[in-house]
Design a protein around this ligand. Structure first.
Ligand SMILES: Nc1ncnc2c1ncn2[C@@H]1O[C@H](COP(=O)(O)OP(=O)(O)O)[C@@H](O)[C@H]1O
Ligand SMILES: O=c1ccn([C@@H]2O[C@H](COP(=O)(O)OP(=O)(O)O)[C@@H](O)[C@H]2O)c(=O)[nH]1
Length: 237
């Protein structure tokens, strides 16, 4: 079957990596993500990945506990590198070639990111995990994934999360919220929806990178998205 997209940027939530745990990395969840990714890579899709760090550390919660915000954000960025290394190992175990690039220099943990390196590896069928966020404090991994998606010229940014799309309100807080199948960037602003931060949303809007939000925690969903099944929400201009 032909996949819907040839090159994607997949954003994975660090928080989802915890699975049922309170902290850190759940091996079952990690293995499940790796299998889903392996399936689409074997179908010929070029996959860039940005993974969050919220399962380990968030700069804002550090600041709330009296940390310097910049130090806290640096800890958060390092947390994304830890998650990226874990995903890299899981992908190798699943039989997929994969490499970690880092937004901050830290060879030999990973090679320093450049668009050229990322695109070359993608063209060779390697999964590229772009870690360390944007390399700057005061940003999120959603913004990093918007930025990297635009840089690597992905056709779509897939936001794999724990809700199955964008709702009229946060579905974890409002049981009456209803789901959109598609929504424009402008409507996200007008309705003040907080599925992603505004920096990430705006970067995608201004550079015409559509976003597809879906539930990555259900096995087989990534494959469904690639086959064109409407299981999530498409954000468009
Ligand atoms: N309008 C909305 N529609 C869907 N989810 C929303 C909305 N507003 C807020 N959210 C929240 O956004 C979260 C998904 O974002 P994600 O970046 O994966 O989570 P986190 O920031 O916790 O890592 C969902 O768990 C949901 O609670
Ligand atoms: O470009 C970036 C990306 C991330 N972070 C830090 O890394 C943490 C973890 O990322 P995020 O909260 O986006 O992860 P997720 O919510 O996806 O688990 C954030 O809280 C920030 O402190 C940052 O400073 N700059």
């Amino acid at each position: 079957m032909m996949a819907k997209y040839k090159r994607i940027l997949l954003k994975l939530s660090g928080e989802s990596l915890m699975g049922d745990q309170q902290y850190g990395i759940d091996q079952n969840r990690l293995g499940d993500y790796a299998e889903q990714i392996a399936e689409i890579v074997k179908g010929g899709v070029q996959v860039g990945i940005v993974i969050g760090g919220g399962n380990i550390f968030r700069g804002l919660s550090g600041a709330a506990n009296g940390f310097d915000r910049v130090k806290g954000d640096q800890m958060g960025m390092l947390a994304t590198v830890i998650n990226s290394l874990a995903l890299n190992s899981a992908l190798v175990n699943a039989g997929v070639k994969s490499k970690v690039l880092t937004a901050i220099r830290m060879e030999p943990v990973g090679e320093y990111y450049s668009k050229e390196k990322a695109v070359e590896a993608l063209s060779n069928g390697e999964v590229v995990i772009i870690s360390g966020g944007t390399g700057n404090p005061y940003f999120t991994t959603d913004t990093a994934s918007a930025l990297r998606g635009i840089e690597i010229e992905a056709e779509v940014m897939l936001k794999g999360t724990r809700v199955d799309g964008i709702y009229t309100a946060d579905p974890e807080k409002d049981a009456n919220a209803t789901k959109f199948d598609t929504i424009s960037f402008d409507e996200i602003y007008n309705r003040n929806l907080r599925i992603m931060d505004l920096t990430a949303t705006t970067l995608c809007k201004e550079n015409n990178l559509p976003i597809y939000v879906f539930d990555m925690d259900q096995k087989g969903n990534l494959q469904k998205v690639m086959s064109g099944e409407d299981i999530g929400t498409l954000v468009h201009n």
